[in-house]
Design a protein around this ligand. Structure first.
Ligand code: WTA
Length: 632
């Protein structure tokens, strides 16, 4: 009999080395690890290491080891943007595709440790390219195809990419995404010019400009599927993924090989209760961490059959997602609350028109899910048969940290992520940094390292330590606030820092402000997140103008959002602009966002003592603007 969650969880805490040593056996190692882990979150001896001495290759673990028993079984089903013939790949075929791309990379001089940036649509070649990098030990850095050329250029420069992999164009919700065109712009914007070659997959077949000597079509290169996998050390980097934080530019979150592999394999297996032969569909894009851990690595390491969809769940209509479930007999579906809420708003008929009897487990991730949406997902989509797993985690955590296990009926609680996964020790801290015992609410921190934890900020180890381990010394601080109820179940409240979560996409208010400030009439801006019924949060920007300029309610909002689109991408869009004469500041000139947040929530009566402000009058003025609805 399987041990109960309680027994396993207690064992994972009382004997973490023994527990995780045993769990490592789920992967195939060239050399077994010598030491399970060694970690400290304290400044004096700060380090995080898992499975030292072990060597393995995750591409081999995702593909080669399944060949012996399942080479002719389906590994991937590709569903195009609009309904049409799906394309399938067996494990054998996928192995061949990956090896061919890996050989293209080798032919272009890419070797272990080199950085390769991917700017791809959601097509099988995106996944193949990630695994091709892993196969030869190159570090992949996937940049979401919805980011602008300027964002891409920043990321290329930050990790000094030697190669860029892209496609002619992507298709998303009936729209064309001009990927190669953006790549050309990004390469001209790049300061460091480290990219030697661009490998281009033909997808839509559109004519795109190809620079002689630099750009190469993948299909025109010699096809050679013989590519041995490079033996990687457990702590050798696997990938970099950029994510927004409260300050400065997005940071390159670095994940390594052994621990990440073990952690994503087990979390996928247990949280989605994966059974061999099942079809699993994760709607996330490969540009996000969910696309890495639970679209590619976790499922493939378990030998799952993936459904990959190029488009969006609600195009051409709100029935598309359920039509795909029916068409490909999806057993496990993993999506985001924003998608669930927008589909719910379109009515049940779109759902019930399609057969969903194949569905067994429903997952959600990325934002707090409100109980109404949770209940709709469970009752209407899942016909009250399928457990819902609301999974809490972050780019930094590599894998899911807090989530229900689907077999446990006591963990089906609308709006709660319930309990920690094995080996994870969450704690809630009060304002003095003291641990709260029992029920309560506070800052969500994690007490000990786990195998999937990020290892550093690429190129900036001090930033890693300062961002996550200094607010509450000795703990990993998630940036989230959470509540724990009497039963010990967790409820995520949202971010405590200057990170805004829009439809599950993270944006730092500092990035948005620095982009807005480039407008020639703007003196300063302060951006805060406001509640939004559909997208969870939206952006509100308080703006002050340069001397002599006046606010143009017609032109400025468009111009400013246009700048955001160019600098960051279409996900960055301010919903409400509030022109202000001045912004509340400390005497040393720091903007006090806390006051603006309160004003945005209509809590102007709860501002506390304003006497320390350099300019208290401006608060009243902003309040007046908000009251008379002069904001646009
Ligand atoms: C939020 C996404 C509530 C949270 C995997 C976290 C959630 C941030 C949940 C990380 C959830 C993620 N319930 N909030 N189930 N899952 N979040 O790095 O604020 O894109 O800190 O990783 O999303 O976003 P990221």
């Amino acid at each position: 009999m399987m041990p109960s969650y309680e027994t396993e969880y207690q064992r994972s805490l009382s004997d973490p080395a023994g527990f995780w040593a045993e769990k490592a056996d789920i992967l195939t190692w060239h050399t077994p690890p010598q030491k399970t882990f060694s970690a400290s979150f304290h400044k004096e001896d700060f380090h995080i290491k898992w499975y030292e001495g072990g060597t393995l290759n995750l591409s081999e673990n995702c593909l080669d080891r399944h060949l012996e028993t399942r080479s002719h079984e389906t590994a991937l089903i590709f569903e195009p943007d609009v309904d049409g013939p799906a394309k399938t790949y067996t494990f054998q075929e996928m192995h061949k595709e990956v090896c061919q791309i890996a050989n293209h990379l080798r032919g272009l001089g890419i070797k272990k440790g080199d950085r390769v940036t991917l700017y791809m649509p959601m097509i099988p070649e995106a996944i193949f390219s990630m695994l091709a990098c892993a196969r030869i030990g190159a570090i992949h850095a996937v940049v979401f195809g919805g980011f602008s050329a300027a964002s891409l250029a920043d990321r290329l420069d930050d990790c000094e990419s030697a190669l860029l992999i892209t496609a002619d164009q992507g298709q998303r919700g009936g729209k064309i995404v001009p990927l190669k065109e953006n790549v050309d712009k990004a390469l001209s914007l790049s300061q460091k010019k480290t990219v030697q070659n661009v490998l281009v997959f033909q997808h839509t077949g559109a004519t795109v400009s190809m620079e002689e000597g630099r750009d190469l079509y993948a299909h025109a290169l010699p096809a050679n599927a013989d590519c041995p996998a490079v033996e990687m050390g457990s702590e050798d980097p696997l990938f970099i993924l950029y994510t927004s934080g409260s300050t400065g530019k997005p940071k390159g979150v670095l994940h390594t090989t052994g621990g990440y592999g073990v952690y994503t394999t087990h979390t996928f297996k247990d949280i989605f209760d994966y059974k061999p032969g099942e079809r699993y569909w994760c709607t996330a894009d490969v540009g996000w961490i969910t696309g890495h851990s639970y679209l590619v690595y976790g499922p493939l390491l378990n030998g799952a059959t993936l459904v990959v969809h190029e488009g969006v769940p609600n195009y051409p209509d709100a029935g598309r997602i359920w039509q795909i479930v029916e068409k490909h007999k999806v057993n496990i579906l993993y999506t985001a609350p924003t998608a669930i809420r927008s589909l719910m708003a379109k009515g049940d008929a779109h759902v019930t028109a399609h057969d969903r009897s194949s569905l067994r487990i429903l997952g959600t991730v990325g934002e707090p899910i409100n109980p109404t949406a949770w209940t709709w997902y469970k009752d209407v989509v899942g016909e009250n048969r399928c457990p819902v797993v609301d999974t809490w985690w972050q780019t930094e955590t590599g894998g899911i940290l807090i989530s229900p296990l689907p077999q446990d009926p006591t963990r089906q609680k609308a709006g709660s992520v319930t309990k920690p996964f094995y080996g994870i020790q969450p704690a809630l801290l009060d304002e003095q940094g003291q641990e709260i015992e029992g029920a309560g609410e506070g800052a969500l921190v994690i007490k000990h390292s786990w195998p999937g934890q990020m290892r550093t900020v690429y190129g900036d180890p001090d930033r890693f330590f300062d961002t996550y381990f200094t607010t509450y010394p000795g703990y990993y601080f998630s940036g989230d606030r959470a509540m724990r109820d009497e039963a010990g179940d967790y409820w995520i409240r949202g971010r405590m820092d200057d990170v805004v979560n829009i439809s599950g996409h993270r944006l730092g208010t500092a990035e948005v402000e620095s982009a807005l400030n480039t407008h020639n009439c703007i003196s300063e801006t302060a951006v805060v997140g406001i509640d939004d019924p559909l997208t969870s949060q939206a952006l509100m920007a308080f703006v002050t103008l340069k001397k002599g300029k006046t606010w143009d309610a017609e032109a400025f909002p468009n111009e400013l959002n246009h700048i955001l689109r160019d600098v960051i991408g279409p996900i960055a869009k301010v919903k409400i602009f509030v022109p202000a004469g001045d912004l509340p500041k400390t005497r040393s000139g720091k903007i006090i966002r806390r006051i603006l947040r309160k004003l945005s929530e209509g809590q102007g009566d709860q501002l506390g003592d304003l006497s320390t402000l350099a300019n208290p009058q401006c608060v009243e003025d902003i309040q007046k603007t908000l009251k008379v609805g002069k904001s646009v």
